[in-house]
Design a protein around this ligand. Structure first.
Ligand SMILES: NC(=O)c1ccc[n+]([C@@H]2O[C@H](COP(=O)([O-])OP(=O)(O)OC[C@H]3O[C@@H](n4cnc5c(N)ncnc54)[C@H](OP(=O)(O)O)[C@@H]3O)[C@@H](O)[C@H]2O)c1
Length: 327
C-alpha cells in the first residue's frame, strides 16, 4: 500500500455516483479506475470524478495493476460473481449490500477472500454511522437499561418505476427485503443479536418481486418489529426502548444525522451530522484495515455478513421469496 489507497469502481449507477463524492473527500485516496458496461458512461464518469483510467468491461479493471481495492456497485445478483473474479486478481473488495443474495454466495465470497489473502467487507455503511455508534455506546453504558423493544422500518414508493428497474426485477434479486429490509434486520442484529424465532409475512408485486414484508424477531427477553416496503412510505425513525429509557434515531435512521434520548420524563435531541453523505466512514474503515494489513473489519466482520444474510434467508424462507435464478 502506497501513500494513497488506489480505488477502482465497478458499475456506475446511482450509488456509485453518491459513493464517489465521499471517496473524493479523502486526501489519502485516489480514484484510479472506473468500469462500466458502457464506454460512454465510463468515460463521462472518469471525466467528472477525475479517474485516471476508464474501462468498458469489468474484467479490464480487475486486470489493472494500479488498483488496490474495488468498490462493487452493481445490482445484488452480480455481487458474488464480480467480487470472486476480482479477488482472484488479488484485489481487495468493498462490496455493496447485501454481500451476496444468499448464504451460499456469501460463503463462497469469504472463502475466495481467504484463499487469495485479500480484504473483503460488505458496504454496510450504517454500521459506521456516528449516531448509530453513539447509540450503541449509550446502550453498552446502560443508559436505557435492558432493551425490550425495537421498532425499525424502511419503506418508500417504487412500484411506479419501469418494470426493468432492479428493484422490481426478480432476475436482479429485486424486492424490498434485500435492498432495504436488510437495514431494520441489521439494527435488530446489531443490538440484540440473532433472534430465537422469526415470524414474517410478505406481499408480492405483479413482476414477482416481494414488495412488502413485516417481521417479528422474537428474543428470549425482547421483541423487534421490523418492516420494509416498496408500495408506500414509512416514517423511518428507529425506536429502541429499554427498561430505563428510549432512544429514537432520526429519520432516515439508517443514515441518521442525530438521535433523541428520552429518560426520566425528559427528551434530549443530539445532532451528529455525517461527513459527506455518510459513506465516508465505511471508506475510512477500509483504509484503516488495509493500512494495518487486516483482511476483515472487526466492526463489520465476515461472520456479521454471514449472520445478516442468514437472517434474510430465514425471512425469505418463511415468506416464500425465491429468485428465478435460485430455482
Ligand atoms: N449503501 C447504500 O446507501 C445503497 C444505496 C443504493 C443502492 N445500494 C446498493 O448498491 C447496488 C446498486 O444499486 P444502485 O441503486 O446504484 O443500482 P443502479 O442505479 O441500477 O446501478 C447499478 C449499476 O450496475 C451495473 N450493472 C451491471 N449489470 C447490470 C444489469 N444486468 N442491470 C442493471 N445494472 C447492471 C450498471 O452499471 P454499468 O452500466 O456502469 O456497468 C448499473 O448502472 C445494490 O446492490 C444496492 O443494494 C446501496
Amino acid at each position: 500500500m502506497g501513500h494513497k489507497v488506489k480505488w477502482g469502481i465497478v458499475g456506475l449507477g446511482s450509488i456509485a455516483n453518491h459513493f464517489v463524492k465521499d471517496l473524493l473527500l479523502f486526501e489519502d485516496a485516489e480514484l484510479v479506475a472506473v468500469a462500466s458496461r458502457s464506454s460512454e458512461k465510463a468515460q463521462a464518469f472518469a471525466e467528472e470524478y477525475r479517474a485516471k483510467h476508464h474501462f468498458n468491461t469489468y474484467e479490464a479493471l480487475f486486470a489493472c495493476k494500479e488498483v488496490d481495492v474495488i468498490y462493487i456497485a452493481t445490482p445484488h445478483s452480480f455481487h458474488a460473481e464480480i467480487a470472486i473474479e476480482a479477488m482472484k486478481h488479488e484485489k481487495h473488495i468493498l462490496c455493496e449490500k447485501p454481500m451476496g443474495v444468499n448464504t451460499a454466495e456469501v460463503e463462497k465470497m469469504i472463502a475466495t477472500a481467504k484463499e487469495n489473502k485479500v480484504f473483503l467487507m460488505e458496504a454496510l455503511w450504517s454500521r459506521f454511522n456516528p449516531s448509530i455508534l453513539k447509540v450503541l455506546q449509550l446502550i453498552r453504558d446502560g443508559v436505557i437499561g435492558d432493551i425490550k423493544y425495537i421498532h425499525s422500518d424502511f419503506a418508500f414508493p417504487a412500484l411506479h418505476r419501469d418494470h426493468t428497474n432492479r428493484l422490481l426485477n426478480p432476475d436482479l434479486a429485486g424486492g424490498s427485503l434485500l435492498d432495504i429490509g436488510i437495514y431494520p434486520i441489521f439494527l435488530s442484529y446489531l443490538l440484540l443479536g440473532k433472534p430465537e424465532n422469526i415470524q414474517a409475512s410478505s406481499k408480492f408485486f405483479e413482476t414477482g418481486i416481494e414488495m412488502q414484508s413485516s417481521m417479528l424477531f422474537d428474543y428470549s427477553d425482547a421483541q423487534a418489529i421490523l418492516y420494509s416496503g416498496l408500495n408506500s412510505k414509512s416514517r423511518m425513525e428507529a425506536e429502541i426502548s429499554g427498561t430505563k429509557g428510549s432512544i429514537f434515531l432520526d429519520p432516515k435512521w439508517h443514515e441518521a444525522q442525530g438521535y433523541t434520548l428520552e429518560k426520566d420524563g425528559q427528551k434530549t435531541h443530539n445532532n451528529l451530522p455525517t461527513t459527506g453523505r455518510g459513506y465516508f466512514y465505511e471508506i475510512q474503515e477500509v483504509h484503516t484495515c488495509l493500512r494495518n494489513n487486516k483482511l476483515e473489519s472487526q466492526l463489520w466482520s465476515h461472520q456479521n455478513s454471514l449472520d445478516l444474510i442468514g437472517l434474510l434467508d430465514e425471512v425469505r424462507q418463511i415468506t416464500g421469496v425465491v429468485f428465478p435464478f435460485e430455482q
